[in-house]
Design a protein around this ligand. Sequence first.
Ligand SMILES: Nc1nc2c(c(=O)[nH]1)N[C@H]1C(S)=C(S)[C@@H](COP(=O)(O)O)O[C@H]1N2
Ligand SMILES: [Mo]
Length: 512
Amino acid sequence: MTAPATKAMGGIAAAAVALGVTQLLAAFVGPQADARTAVGSAVIDLTPGPAKEWAIQTFGTADKLFLALAVLVVIAAVAAATAALETRRVPVGSIAIVAAGVAGCAAVLSRAGATLVDVVPTVVGTACGVAVLRLLLSGRFTDAPPAGDSGPDPGRRLSLVTLGFLGVGALTGVGGAVLGRLSTSVSGDRNAFALPKVDVAAPPVPPTVQPQGVALPSFVTSNADFYRIDTALAVPQLSRENWQLRIHGMVDREITYSFADLEQFEVIEKLVTLTCVSNPVGGDLVGNAAWTGYRVRDLLAPAGIHRDADMVLSMSIDGFTAGTPVDAFTDDRGSLLAVGMNGEPLPTNHGYPARLVVPGLYGYVSATKWVVDLEVTRFDRAEAYWTRLGWSARGPIKTESRIDVPRSGQDVARGPVTFGGVAWAQDRGVRAVEVRIDGPDGEGDWQQADLGASYSNDTWRLWSYRWDATQTGLHTITVRATDNTGAVQTEDIADPVPDGATGWHSVGFAVV
Ligand SMILES: Nc1nc2c(c(=O)[nH]1)N[C@H]1C(S)=C(S)[C@@H](COP(=O)(O)O)O[C@H]1N2
Ligand SMILES: [Mo]
């Protein structure tokens, strides 16, 4: 008899081999054969909206790492539990591996463009997993060794073999993932892409946008620091050669642009602050970049948009969709099909080779990355990805402000100190920022903060506030912004669902 704990370890080793072999073989068959991504994408698609929202708010840009770890933990737990129950007559563990394999095949086949060949790695991996489990639980390593055998004792021998299979699983898994990545990566294509020469440059950024004497985020967010939110488990690898943009629906003429076709259009550059609807009050799912690209208006014009159309449903190569009011593409705000971000080709995880950027709207209704399709339609006929899950069909950005300094719980020495943060209200612009500091004596008065120079109504505005800390004890700083229409940021607390969080950001700190 093998002990349950040993059986459980055997189950985990068998699962590792099944996953690893599948991953390695998939690297040779093609990206659609990657069962790991297929299952992960299916999990993302089947996860209810509120749970997705929780993951985005809790883990932000690390949400996919969390998903991957969570899935691995669940797989290991199920493999261990079922293997511990495996007996010769009722092979619970083996059945669990086969069931997982069937689910993996189903996930692979459910993906766009998948064929029967794509399930071969999963089938082979599953078979290897079952074989390993049966071998480890067969008793072959624990049965009494022949007399005179001076090898390690049976228990140790089994542990070593189990560890060996765990290693095989890890190596084939990591090796397969790396190989698969190398063979599909568009990083070479991206490196070879020289951004088109800009015809209409963005005004230069004056140094006065950045308040002095306080460590605030940079007015322009670097590509490396820019938040990333999307439903893509594996970043789509789309080369310029394979990219095209199809415009269809309620138009006089369908048009399909190749990447080279874009050369006929004027190249513009524009700074736009992007904001995620899932950003909680005080959160960091907001960033400001210089985008290079083409006016969506220019691309749409030759198609001839019907007068009764009011929405453009943009679609990514991976099936994500966003519904944007036609006006937001055709009015003067300068919505872009962006190919460059901060003077570089778009990073692959920000949409290489092309994405949409629409000033004034949350990303979920506008900022489609890896965009390949624009369907001109109507809000009463089409529903985009997040709208189907309960988010609002329209997503104008709400006025918000954030405190970056001090950090929550920070100690502030007595004497002069400078606080600060950011405020945004695309595309109305920020006119004023006020702060209130409440101390041990009670509530303070609202005071005007100093503002960094206003760059444009489409970009955030940095603020700072000099304060003399005189009284020791616990304090709270609260901030609110006023946009250029004169509307003051609302104190009413709203959840990110369905159309963006509201409320005032406060931070507690101690004067010591
Ligand atoms: N293809 C695709 N594009 C997408 C998304 C997505 O899930 N898939 N998410 C949108 C959302 S919700 C936001 S907030 C922005 C974020 O853009 P970023 O990752 O470049 O910051 O991308 C938008 N574009
Ligand atoms: Mo978002």
